[in-house]
Design a binder for this molecule. Structure first.
Ligand code: HEM
Length: 258
């Protein structure tokens, strides 16, 4: 208890008694706890233990001095915040009338509108120039996904020359991909036997032709040659690696020097 005595070496009894139950002391300040001399060490281990917390802020602290120097709490913004009723709160924003909105027609002008700016209601000009081809029933993106997952060998096509088919099958059999120079790639430029190279990988695009959203004609423009540039210029966002993974036949290599 000696350390406690140190804390309360000042005249605690007098400062504590200044706080009357009805005094309007600031909310933040707790009344100074009463300190009783009789509680002093009486020889037993626990009898003199005082569990009452120390005054906070400390009795002589600057905080206490400042707060007790002013009589009005509200003058220093120390009042308890009031809970506002619904009617005293800010009204909610108006509900946007999305239902009346039509593409290309400006929405009603309102400064508080949450609608997207007008520019996004028009389709991008780039897309309107494109020829999106109506695919035959059963040839949508999901159907292509199902065909890939079916386990059917898409690296070879029934329509391709049997010699080519056998070479591709042979490589598949030994789990090796072919090294294809441009001169060989060039031979595969017909619908029934169409290969193209995208980012160094050579794909058999014949099975994908009826599934291509841009149409067979456009896709055939890259048959028998490196289509990386045209592919990227048309739709760089398309993941050819994923779309055609089941059609991979080999890698494009430079022409062997003989
Ligand atoms: C060789 C691999 C190719 C693959 C895997 C492929 C795949 C795709 C895919 C998935 C789409 C739909 C994209 C979308 O809706 O955002 C598409 C659209 C299209 N593709 Fe390809 N494509 C290929 C090559 C080409 C080539 C060489 C051309 C020729 C210029 C072409 C022309 C188009 C066009 C015009 C569209 C329609 C774009 C649109 O709807 O805005 N594609 N293609």
């Amino acid at each position: 208890m000696s350390y406690l005595r140190g804390w309360f070496s000042l005249d605690t009894s007098s400062s504590a008694t200044k706080v009357e139950p009805n005094d309007s002391y600031p909310n933040q300040l707790l009344p100074v706890p009463q300190f009783h001399e009789e509680d002093e060490d009486d020889g037993s281990d626990t009898a003199g233990e005082d569990d009452s917390p120390p005054a906070f802020p400390a009795i002589n602290s600057a905080q206490r001095a400042v707060s007790s120097s002013s009589s009005s709490d509200t003058s220093r913004g120390l009042s308890i915040p009031k809970i506002l009723t619904d009617s005293a709160l800010m009204p909610p924003p108006p509900v946007p009338s999305l239902a009346i909105r039509q593409p290309g027609i400006p929405p009603p002008q309102s400064s508080s509108s949450l609608l997207a700016p007008m520019t996004t209601t028009q389709p991008p000009k780039r897309l309107s120039r494109r020829d999106k081809v109506a695919l035959a029933p059963g040839f949508g993106p999901l159907d292509w996904g199902n065909l890939k997952a079916s386990g059917q060998n898409l690296r070879v096509s029934k329509s391709m020359p049997s010699l080519v088919r056998n070479v591709v099958r042979f490589h598949q059999g030994v789990d090796a991909l072919m090294r294809i120079p441009p001169s060989v790639l060039k031979l595969h430029n017909k619908k029934e036997d169409a290969w193209t190279a995208i980012n160094g990988k050579v794909y058999n695009i014949t099975p994908y032709l009826p599934y291509h959203p841009g149409g067979e004609k456009e896709l055939m423009r890259v048959a028998g040659r490196d289509g990386t540039k045209l592919f990227s210029l048309t739709h760089a966002w398309v993941n050819a690696d994923f779309m055609l993974d089941a059609c991979l036949v080999g890698f494009l290599v430079s022409e062997p020097s003989s």
